[in-house]
Ligand binder design. Structure first.
Ligand code: NDP
Ligand code: 8X3
Length: 250
C-alpha cells in the first residue's frame, strides 16, 4: 500500500517541491493551500489518484478540521505530515510594525501549524506510527534586525517541535524540524507585499538555497529506517554563516 504524505503550503516553494519529491519517492500526496488552481495543476501533473487537493486557510480552525474530516477512507492513513505553510509579512522595527502583519505571522506560522497538527494527529495515532516534519527557520534559532515577530513565530515552531517530540515519542510518532536559511521562493515577495524588485535583491550576489534542496532533505528525513529520527537540521546556503552574515560577490 502506498504511503500518504500530507503537505501544507503545497502551492509554491518548499511545499510544492516537497510534494513532487515525495511523489517521486512513491508517496500519495494530500496537497493543501489556499490557491486551488495550483493544487489542481499539481493533481493534473501527477495524476488524480496520486494527489488529493484540500483547499483551506490554516488560520481557520474549523476549515482545517472540516477539510481533514472530509478525507475519503482511502486517503486517511496519513504517515507523513509536512507542516510547511507559513510566511513573513513585513520587515520593520518593532516600533513600526503592523498589527495586521503580526497577526498574520502568528496566526499562520504558529496557530495554523497547531490546528493542522491537531486535526491530522488522530490519523497517525490510529496507526501508532507517523512522522511530522515542521518547517522552522534559521529565524527560529537567531533573531535579526526587523525580523522580530517572524523570528518569534519561528522560535515558537522550534519550541513546539521539541515539545511534540516529547509528547509523541511513546506513540511511535517521530517529529523532525528542518530549519532553512535563505531559500529562493515566493517568500520574499509575500514579505514585501508583491514588491518583486525588492524581493529579488534578497537572493542576489550569492547562490541561495532552492526549494528542491529542502525537498530532497525532507525526502531523506522521512525515508530513514524506522529506528532513526533526524530530529533537527539547520540547512544554509554555502554563502550564509548566520541569519545576518551572507557573503555576497561585489
Ligand atoms: P512560499 O511563499 O513559496 O510558500 C508558502 C506556502 O504557504 C504557500 O504554498 C502558501 O499557499 C502557504 N500558505 C501561506 N499562508 C497560508 C494560509 N494562510 N493558509 C494556507 N496555506 C498558506 O514560501 P516558502 O516555500 O519559502 O515557505 C515555506 C515555509 O518555509 C514557510 O513556513 C517559511 O516560513 C519557511 N522558510 C522559508 C525560508 C525562505 O528563505 N524561503 C527559509 C526558512 C524557512 P497559499 O498562498 O496557496 O495559501
Ligand atoms: C526565512 C529565512 O532569514 O528571511 O525564514 O528569516 S529569513
Amino acid at each position: 500500500m502506498t504511503k500518504i504524505a500530507f503537505v501544507t503550503g503545497a502551492t509554491s516553494g518548499i511545499g510544492l517541491a516537497t510534494a513532487l519529491e515525495l511523489a517521486g519517492k512513491g508517496y500519495r500526496i494530500i496537497a493543501t493551500g489556499r490557491r486551488q488552481d495550483r493544487l489542481q495543476e499539481l493533481q493534473q501533473k501527477l495524476g488524480e489518484g496520486q494527489v488529493y487537493p484540500l483547499t483551506f486557510d490554516v488560520r481557520d480552525k474549523l476549515a482545517v478540521q472540516e477539510a481533514v474530516a472530509s478525507l475519503p477512507q482511502e486517503w486517511r492513513k496519513v504517515e507523513v505530515l509536512v507542516n510547511n505553510a507559513g510566511n513573513a509579512h513585513g520587515l520593520a522595527p518593532i516600533q513600526d510594525g503592523s498589527l495586521d502583519d503580526w497577526d498574520a505571522m502568528i496566526d499562520i506560522n504558529v496557530k495554523g501549524l497547531l490546528y493542522v497538527t491537531k486535526a491530522v494527529l488522530p490519523l497517525m495515532q490510529e496507526q501508532r506510527k507517523g512522522h511530522i516534519v515542521n518547517i522552522g527557520s534559521i529565524a527560529g534559532k537567531e533573531v535579526y534586525p526587523n525580523g522580530n515577530v517572524y523570528c518569534a513565530s519561528k522560535h515558537a515552531v522550534d519550541a513546539l517541535s521539541k515539545a511534540m517530540r516529547i509528547d509523541l515519542v511513546e506513540q511511535g510518532i517521530k517529529v523532525s524540524e528542518v530549519n532553512p536559511g535563505l531559500v529562493e521562493t515566493e517568500f520574499s515577495e509575500v514579505r514585501f507585499k508583491g514588491d518583486t524588485e525588492r524581493a529579488a535583491t534578497v537572493y542576489q550576489g550569492y547562490a541561495p538555497l532552492q526549494a528542491q534542496d529542502i525537498a530532497e532533505l525532507i525526502g531523506f528525513i522521512v525515508t530513514r529506517p524506522a529506528h532513526v529520527n533526524l530530529a533537527e537540521v539547520l540547512v544554509l546556503p554555502a554563502a550564509q554563516a548566520s541569519a545576518t552574515i551572507v557573503t555576497k560577490q561585489q
